[in-house]
Design a protein around this ligand. Sequence first.
Ligand SMILES: *[C@@H]1O[C@H](CO)[C@@H](O)[C@H](O)[C@H]1NC(C)=O
Ligand SMILES: *[C@@H]1O[C@H](CO)[C@@H](O)[C@H](O)[C@H]1NC(C)=O
Ligand SMILES: *[C@@H]1O[C@H](CO)[C@@H](O)[C@H](O)[C@H]1NC(C)=O
Ligand SMILES: *[C@@H]1O[C@H](CO)[C@@H](O)[C@H](O)[C@H]1NC(C)=O
Length: 716
Amino acid sequence: MVHIAVLLLFCLALAVDPAIGFYGGSMTFTPGNRYPDSSVEVHFYYRESSRGPCVSYPHWICNNVQCGNIIYTEPEVTDQDHSDQSQWCQSEVHMTTNISSNAPLVLSNSGCCWTDNIQAVGRWTLRTDVDVGRRSDTQSPNRSPVSAAVPNIRVPQNCFQSLQLLAHDPDGDVVRCKFSDANCSSCHEHTNINLDKDSCTLHRSGSLNPGLHVFELILEDYPVSDITVTNADGVSSVRDAFNLTLNSDPTALSQVPLQFGVEILAPVQSCVPDVNKPGFLTPTPLNGDVHHAAVGHMHEILLRAQSSDSSILDFQVSGPFNMSKTLRDESDGVAVATLSWTPQKSDLYRHVPVCFTAETLHSQSEMRCIVVVVARSMVLSGKAEVICKGDSISIVINKASMEGIDQNWLQLRDPTCSLTSNETHILGSMSLNTCGTTVEDSGDYMVFKNEINSFETPNAVITRRNQVKIGFSCQYPKLASVSSHYINHKSDYIFTESSFGTFGYSFEVFTDSSFSSRVDPNLYPVKVKLMDMLYMGIEAHSALPKVRLFIESCRATPEDNPYSAVYYDIIKDGCVLDETVKVYPSASMKYDFEIQAFKFTGDFDEVYISCSVILCAEGSPNSRCAQGCLRQTSRRRRRDSSQETARHYIIQGPLRVSRETRQHDAANNGGSQHVSISTGVFAGLFIVSVIVLAGMLVHKIRKTRPLDRMHLLSSF
Ligand SMILES: *[C@@H]1O[C@H](CO)[C@@H](O)[C@H](O)[C@H]1NC(C)=O
Ligand SMILES: *[C@@H]1O[C@H](CO)[C@@H](O)[C@H](O)[C@H]1NC(C)=O
Ligand SMILES: *[C@@H]1O[C@H](CO)[C@@H](O)[C@H](O)[C@H]1NC(C)=O
Ligand SMILES: *[C@@H]1O[C@H](CO)[C@@H](O)[C@H](O)[C@H]1NC(C)=O
């Protein structure tokens, strides 16, 4: 019996045993000591993924005896599939060798068997080019570009648009990516995917068949200014600054491999981040962020993601092998992972890539990667305060908290922007689009970042000042609710979140389709005849650079409650549903539209309109704005607005329209469609704006409204 059971188990194991094979790898290296015999110790960190249970092939071969003896640590698992399927695993190995060569060296590692893939790629080869010559700018050997990828990237077929890879360089070099051309010249390129070499981003350019697609890339680094590289014999070679406009083919300082698979899954109904697939929420680090950690001090990285359709089961992580992960659930389908890592002495000066995704059973979030830089001790800390306003960022640094800090040796990202100081504080102030401030899309927030760095006189070998690096950012929520303005025209609706920034929005009614003169607030409520055209405009007020306003929804309700049981969706999930709406072309921060006036059936004489709006970074391919209209199947209504409000800390303004008193007259007078309402008396009560008032022309509406609206209205 026992034998049969074991046999059965064995057969079962074979039946579910996933394919085993190579599933990608990445390498980074960093030089260590230079010994008196002028050999340089080089540390290599190699991460390898396997399909199925953990196996690793750390057998690197050098093309030159001067590579020395490569000493390997045991491969340690960094992350693996914890489901009983054991679909994937990633491990890291640390290798050290003393290189005494005067010339660049090539290390390589290869094997027979990529895991089954639809391009039928079998053999894999990883190649690393190292040069231990001394760079004139850093006075040290070159450090390689830094990148990594999670072992198991999965995307439903209709959701794959682009994949941005980490391309960090510890020396501040330009990093470029290219398809590996080891062995054959173009066979490693992908026919339906383009690689943007400068941003290391893969873009879909054609249809992708379901199955595993294999990507074999190489990262190269080039100096940003002219430097020389001097070898142990004192022979120097010049390396020109990287210049895209020159059509030359410069030699890279180094090359490292980045290989991974992308599993294209069967298409899904919809790809809305946060709903159908997990979307990251604040404070998850942004792709490319740099964290600072110190030897012996635990460093924590907090990941938060949301998926309201199916629960987040895990976060997949590619990190250093001693990094631990704890998971916890919050409400509304939000899951949180805390990654903790305590760098050891041997990690000193490393730039460690950490990549992560959030996982549900049938989908995966975008992959983000950051870099953790390890210093000897905690980075200088001081007291600084960041002030986020609608159109500017200020930072105030307390001098007393940072010994020997000198404003004259500090600069913002754009060094032409100057810092000022008084006796006690150093002050920096910039608008959101100046001084090198960058904007990124964190998923639920827009993040504006800049940093203050110390600088040195060019080519200085020593310094007598403390090195300072103060990164700072302002975060602005992307989603807000707006409604039209107040009667007294204190008007603009202000959206606030404490400790974050503030944007102002306005929602106005205009007199005509030029959207140039708004209806005088003193004339509110607006006098409208039923079926008249109403001209309305929403605008975000801020000097935001490269930002786009997106109207996610606009809903009409007969009472001052946007979550009223009776409602009519004018715009929903970014789709215009009302066919009388016409959207006018306007600047990226505005949304002008017209709509034919209507009213609710039943005993209602008021109409309120409230909209939820989102600001997105221009050109952010995964943002809600880029997705536009998303027609959800009715299987599940998008998360209701009240939850969105809670999640995005929306403060909803009161909406009120004056009570209409002439409805019975109008109803009795049903043949007329030009009943204009006088509401001056009630103007004082009228808080937020909007719309439409006219007599009860119910039957008239039924005759002239398009069918589905009629149905909607009469179903109340
Ligand atoms: C490199 O050389 C130094 C000094 O000779 C020695 O102590 C060290 O163990 C060597 N490292 C490797 C990886 O061979
Ligand atoms: C790149 O080369 C062009 C042509 O020689 C030159 O005009 C330009 O200034 C160079 N750019 C940089 C950033 O060096
Ligand atoms: C990994 O972590 C454990 C405990 O946190 C520690 O004892 C060990 O030295 C670490 N190993 C390395 C190589 O950092
Ligand atoms: C320097 O400026 C800061 C920030 O504006 C202010 O709080 C501080 O009082 C000023 N100190 C002096 C001595 O004026």
